[in-house]
Design a protein around this ligand. Structure first.
Ligand code: P6P
Length: 335
């Protein structure tokens, strides 16, 4: 009986096809996958395991941490610190860089992650997920510092996200397209179910938190207004709106059937630079979207070109179907 293509088999076969990285990379992805499986199990247990509700602490963002935020962050650290593939880690939930304990060897990659994206959904059984990004560590082999992480998103070696929904799905890119795997609980393996995902260039769906409309810049107000005007308006067709409160869920829908996801510049979050974090949210998801043929912009700049100036830097995010993002960027250029 054919088990199907596991993530490990896929990565190894992809490396053979592209004569790329060493087994070190495969082992790193395997450690990340184990962390995702463990988080998925805790998410599924929820109230049965006493992991819902607040942790009674705040993260570097000043956000109240959920118990699952803290648990997921700890799982990522435990699963990735010992293998000798990672030189250091950074997370939405930690102020500074996490250096590998002295008893373990340092590896050649930097791992960044949002261990639980959309965690305000945890207590209402909503969609949540994990986002991760892989960069190269300094060749010096020394103990990385925060500035070593400040690489443009275009430098990412790999990026991915897990969606904890009706299925547990892992979406992965190593720079050669985007593939998604579904967790088969009966054997505890992610199996390839969505090969070579492509974002349709056209779409009639947009995802935005519409309650912020009064805070948006005019180009976004114009674009969303035209979508809302439907067939009677300048677009001449009706649009649909979705908003899951978890970027991983909205972006996975965009990968499956097109659309545009926006958390644009607004006067409400302008002082902080935006809502979404560049290094471990926008960059990895932008790599997935671009590798699937879509576009990812701040509205005026390609996200993957941005030179980061801080580990927890925030940016406006507009990403998805090529023609829709191009239209929004054009509206920004018109002012
Ligand atoms: P709002 C989750 O907190 C997150 O970072 C994204 O995953 C999500 O798209 C967005 O914020 C939701 O923001 O303002 O609708 O709560």
């Amino acid at each position: 009986m054919n088990v199907g293509t596991t993530v490990t088999q896929f990565i190894i076969e992809e490396q053979r096809r592209h004569r790329s990285a060493s087994g070190d990379f495969t082992a790193l992805i395997n450690d990340i996958v184990i962390a995702v499986k463990s988080i998925a199990h805790s998410v599924r247990r929820g109230g049965l395991a006493g992991v819902l509700g607040g942790a009674g602490s705040e993260n570097v963002q000043g956000e109240i941490q959920k118990k699952l935020d803290v648990l997921s962050n700890d799982v990522f650290l435990r699963c990735n610190e010992w293998g000798g593939h990672v030189a250091a880690m950074a997370s939405e939930e930690m102020d500074d860089v996490y250096n590998i304990p002295a008893e373990y060897p340092r590896g050649k990659y930097l791992l960044l992650f949002d261990p639980l994206d959309g965690s305000t959904n945890t207590d209402v059984n909503g969609i949540i997920g994990t986002i991760f990004s892989v960069l190269r560590a300094p060749e010096s082999g020394g103990r990385p510092v925060a500035t070593d992480f400040l690489q443009a998103g275009a430098e990412q070696v790999a990026a991915g996200m897990a969606i904890y929904g009706p299925q547990t799905i892992l979406v992965l890119t190593t720079g050669h397209g985007v593939n998604a795997f579904t967790l088969d609980d009966s054997i505890g393996e992610f199996l390839l179910t969505h090969p070579d995902m492509r974002v349709p260039e056209e779409s009639v769906e947009y995802a935005i938190n519409a309650s912020n409309e009064r805070f948006w810049a005019p180009p976004v107000q114009r674009y969303i207004g035209e979508c809302r005007a439907g067939r009677e308006g300048p677009r001449g067709k009706d649009f649909n709106m979705r908003w899951m409160g978890a970027m991983v869920g909205d972006v996975y829908r965009v990968l499956c059937r097109g659309g545009v996801f926006l958390y644009p510049w607004d006067t409400k979050t302008a002082a902080k630079g935006g809502k979404l974090r560049l290094m471990y949210e926008a960059n990895p998801v932008a790599m997935l979207i671009e590798q699937a043929g879509g576009l990812a912009s701040t509205g005026t700049q390609r996200i993957l070109d941005l030179q980061p100036d801080g580990l927890h830097q925030r940016v406006p995010v507009i990403m998805g179907s090529r023609h829709e993002v191009e239209r929004i960027v054009a509206y920004h250029l018109e002012g």
